[in-house]
Design a protein around this ligand. Sequence first.
Ligand SMILES: Nc1ncnc2c1ncn2[C@@H]1O[C@H](COP(=O)(O)OP(=O)(O)OP(=O)(O)O)[C@@H](O)[C@H]1O
Length: 760
Amino acid sequence: MGQKRARDPKAQVAEANKRKKAVKSDAASDDYGSLGVDDLNWKEVAMPDRMDDAEGFFGLEEIEGVDIIKQSDGGVQFKAKAGKPTKSIIKPPSEDDGDEWAGFSDEDSAKKSPATEKTPAATEVKEDKKSKKDKKKEQNKAKKEEQKPKEPKAAQSQSIKAGLSFAALDDVEEDDGVDVSAWDGLNLSPETFTALSKMKFSSPSAIQKASIPAILDGHDVVGKASTGSGKTLAFGIPIIEHYLDQRGKQDEQSDKSEKNKSPIALILSPTRELAHQLGKHIGELIANSPDTNARVALITGGMSIQKQQRQLATADIVIGTPGRVWEILSTGTGLIRKMQKIQFLVVDEADRLLSEGHFKEMEHILNALDKHQAGDIADMDQEEEEEEPSNRQTLVFSATFHKDLQQKLAGKSRWTSGDMLDNKESMEYLLKKLNFREEKPKFIDVNPESQMAVGLKEGIVECPAMEKDLYLYSVLLYYPKHRTLIFTNSISAVRRITQLLQALQLPVFALHSNMAQKARLRSIERFSSPTANPSSILVATDVAARGLDIKGVNCVIHYHVPRTADAYVHRSGRTARAGESGKSILICAPDEVVGVARLAGKIHSKKAKKADDSSGPSKKIPLESLDIDRRVVARLRPRMSLAKRITDSTIAKEKVNTEDNWLRAAADDLGVEYDSDEFDQSKGRGRGRGGGRERREKEASELSKSEMAGLRAELKQLLSQRVNIGVSEKYLTAGRIDIDALLRGEGNDAFLGHLDPLTF
Ligand SMILES: Nc1ncnc2c1ncn2[C@@H]1O[C@H](COP(=O)(O)OP(=O)(O)OP(=O)(O)O)[C@@H](O)[C@H]1O
């Protein structure tokens, strides 16, 4: 319900204060005056996890202590119940529901958000055509005369007017931009220069430098560049350039109503989080670009369908996941027709989007964009059907491209591996399905040698299969103040490891696709917030492997060996982004080593080949081996075994409860008595394999409350002390410990004694 107006929080607060004042004065004259729906302080009703992604059912809100007053026009107003002060039901002034990312326009913000107020585009609708034209001409003239700004245009043109209050000075932004002359050759608009300067992007990355001119020249582009190398703006900047160009033309030639306008770009992404992030990143470019008010509609699952349909109707740029985009296009009226007019189709993380899971919806969308017989366009008249075919540019980006896609697309083969693909094969495949406008799109591969980011170090920790948890914990303690992303291959492992690390009092969050959308976004926000604990940990499935751009991730740990080479590339790519450095560490049981060697071999094959050519054949895994001190592992074992018992018991209890409830309900349906002991006995009979696990689960679930409390107390006691790795506290002053450093809070304060830091 709360509306996001995040581009200008100050104005939002001012608006809310104004509203509050108005309500206050109402309340003063009539203590129980009537209120509108948006004035009330609605409370969210907690939804169970199983409601996750209930197809647009976003949630319920409730309010207590109000009477409903029916209006003569059929509408309703609200009023505090007798005896209840009005104040108790009014929404607080600066409330923001915080559900959505900043930077996207929505219907409400279109009406009165400060972002739209600041731009002429929003108010021009009311102006007469002639004055609009004159204004535009003046703007264009000014634009031509303008030098590429080394300082923001907004700041240049700001002049002090009489009668301005001090509050107005808040709107004058400091010119803290950077020199952006390195972007000179790319033929960008002054608006984009200003935005880049404000965003402090002093020079283009390799993929941006190569792709932007090609896209601006009207080419289809297939772009391949390592993770974190700035692919989003490689296509985002040309789209905004096109928007700025078109905006001028449209204003001059027509009085197209908001409803009749069509989006210029459709950007497809494989996951919701990535779609949100793309929206945020492109939204930042728009927000920093003076007088640019392109509207971004975010079309992903987990949010209200109706709202998204409304946003899509007036959007300039549509960003979404294929499932929801297709759902909205196929059920809307006239939306496909609008989308057929897009100038850019962007397929981000292309190899993932065009593979298993998204294939059907992608196919539907691609067909709908090209063909004129989809259901939605049955109402299209003859004249329109004979329109020229779409002339859109197709832009395809990823850090990796799969080999089997082409056959998969043709329905000839099952998905087998995530092998890397050389350029020619991927081109053939993409050419076929994406219907490029050019016979040969421009293939831009800025890092043919390696998919891995330059600043990434890759390491491996070998450990016994049953001790992965212990080694994981050891690695985490070795690297304090490291923001760490841990990847697993299953949702149940995410749940278990999160609980385990929580029991060990580490600041940990979970992320997997069975979580409600809001919880997913919350986990990412908490993990990535600049004010978050610098040792924050996010445990995730591969839903977080691609595209997520979280600032300051220092380390990626693969708790499970990734299933494919490209998954390894993308997971590892969550660190060492935008020229930073980072670590990727595989935790590996002895029987996984062969698979890891194969996987690493594929990724580094070209590099290895080069090395081999010069120095003879080598079978070594191209990953650095990390030596974890055995003393450390031994000293951490007691903590880990306590934490494991607590976690196993909690999980087993949850499982037993769920099973019990399910069986009870089934017995009720059948009209029989449910006896859990009898059921357990019959279940145990004749069981061979798996019986041990069930017995262990049962035992774990049978730990009493007081036993659990005992375990927790014991663990708490252990965690309250530093891990002593071979120092008698009696001899603290004997010289082996730098007491001053200890008091200054330097070194690794998880340990007592000298810990050789990992050289990795
Ligand atoms: N020219 C630039 N200068 C400095 N930083 C930049 C520049 N362009 C983009 N960035 C920053 O680099 C980071 C990575 O960008 P982006 O998310 O677009 O990478 P990517 O190549 O799409 O990565 P992935 O393959 O993982 O999706 C972002 O934080 C972005 O703000």
